[in-house]
Design a protein around this ligand. Structure first.
Ligand code: ATP
Length: 375
């Protein structure tokens, strides 16, 4: 299975620049996800790989074969790229049986009828639908139709699988099942896969690596663990998982531990970071709700990062309790195992659990909910 190389890709529609200098390499057999808010350029990137869009600048090659090179005037038509593609709308022909739907791409490739039969059976078998080849699409559930669309993309042994939000028409429960199933299938087949989604949970669960996009730029590429634990920018922390942001100023440093005066409450917090941040610099501190803890105000008051706050609301959300607490003029979200807290509480976190970003995030006057950037 080949490697996909995308270099300095740019795309403009008229005056509208929708992709800027996008560069990445997808390893052989990798499940690689393009993640970002609506309109950030995920589908355009995928369509450039598929040959459905022509990039304004840059190049794409698969397994060393040039698919497009804007500078050199190279453009391989989609039908010569041998890629499997599944869209959000499954695009099955309603008046044709499942077997006939799968035969279409084989007819185009002039595969003999005998061979077609075997290939169609094998492809439907891979997605667990070999028994349903004589049915029409309307006789299948949404989840089954989605599998047929996948079988149709696999039937001619494509070199790379391109999936554009293929699970988004399924209801939540089915979607989770389909996710696990798709991941298993991709691993079994070992097929290089490019997946587009705006669903961060889906991206974390499925991917070997994720590329987070914002406004036509790729802002971080990493494993799900890296993206979640070490987001490269506040926008990544906000988009992947939930995150509280606090602006402040560095007022001291001891080794890799920084003392930061928070704007919202004038509290001083301590945060560990390996970056070099000059004193008096304005920074943003980011902490995920599950990395914060709330304890009764009467609990031990000594130690670092113990901040007096007031509970605004507390609710039980199944596995945990979710609190909104007020820290100065800001609302902070906390996910805690501890229930029944009200009134004044102490907000606690470890210096290594927070992140410092040198870019200062614009916070609203009174933050009423978690800040999401770029959505
Ligand atoms: N054919 C087109 N002509 C003009 N603008 C386009 C065209 N196709 C896409 N765009 C614009 O390019 C930007 C990126 O679109 P794209 O579909 O790649 O985003 P996306 O991240 O996949 O979003 P979504 O998840 O909503 O599909 C959008 O602002 C969109 O309006």
């Amino acid at each position: 299975m080949p490697e996909v190389t995308v270099k300095n890709l740019a795309k403009t529609f008229g005056d509208n620049s929708v992709l800027r200098d996008v560069t990445f390499t997808i390893q052989d057999g990798e499940f690689f996800t393009l993640l970002g808010a609506s309109g950030c350029g995920k589908s355009t990137t995928l369509n450039c790989i598929a040959g459905l869009e022509q990039p304004t600048e840059g190049s794409i090659s698969v397994g060393g074969k040039p698919f497009v090179d804007a500078g050199a005037g190279v453009f391989l038509p989609p039908e010569e790229r041998n890629l499997g593609m599944v869209f959000q709308s499954y695009a099955l022909w309603p008046h044709m049986t499942i077997a006939k739907n799968l035969a279409l791409p084989l007819n185009i490739r002039k595969v003999s009828k005998d061979k077609q039969k075997t290939l169609i059976h094998d492809a439907l078998d891979k997605v667990g639908l070999a028994d349903l080849s004589g049915r029409y699409p309307h006789q299948l559930s949404g989840g089954q139709q989605q599998r047929v669309a996948l079988a149709r993309a696999l039937v001619y042994s494509p070199t790379v699988l391109l999936l554009d939000e293929p699970l988004s028409n399924l209801d939540a429960k089915l979607r989770e099942q389909a996710r696990a199933w798709l991941k298993r299938l991709q691993e079994e087949l070992g097929i290089t896969t490019v997946y587009v989604t705006h669903d961060q949970e889906e991206a974390l669960a499925l991917s070997d690596r994720i590329a987070v996009m914002e406004g036509g730029n790729m802002i971080q590429i990493g494993t799900p663990h890296e993206i979640y634990e070490r987001p490269a920018a506040p926008a990544v922390a906000a988009f992947v998982g939930r995150c509280n942001f606090f602006t402040g100023r560095v007022i001291g440093q001891d080794g890799n531990r920084y003392r930061i005066l928070l704007d919202c409450s004038a509290d001083v917090v301590e945060v560990e970071s390996d970056q070099h941040i000059p004193a008096s610099d304005s920074v943003t501190v980011a902490i995920r709700p599950e990395r914060l803890e709330v304890v009764p105000a009467t609990a031990a008051a000594s130690g670092v990062n113990r901040l007096k706050t007031q509970v605004i609301t507390g609710s039980y959300v199944g596995s945990r309790y979710e609190y909104d607490v007020r820290l100065g003029n800001q609302v902070v979200q906390v996910l805690s195992g501890r229930g029944g807290l009200a009134g004044e509480v102490m907000l606690v976190f470890e210096p290594a659990e927070a992140l410092i970003f040198e870019d200062r995030v614009e916070l609203p006057e009174e933050q009423s909910d978690l800040l999401t950037i770029g959505t």
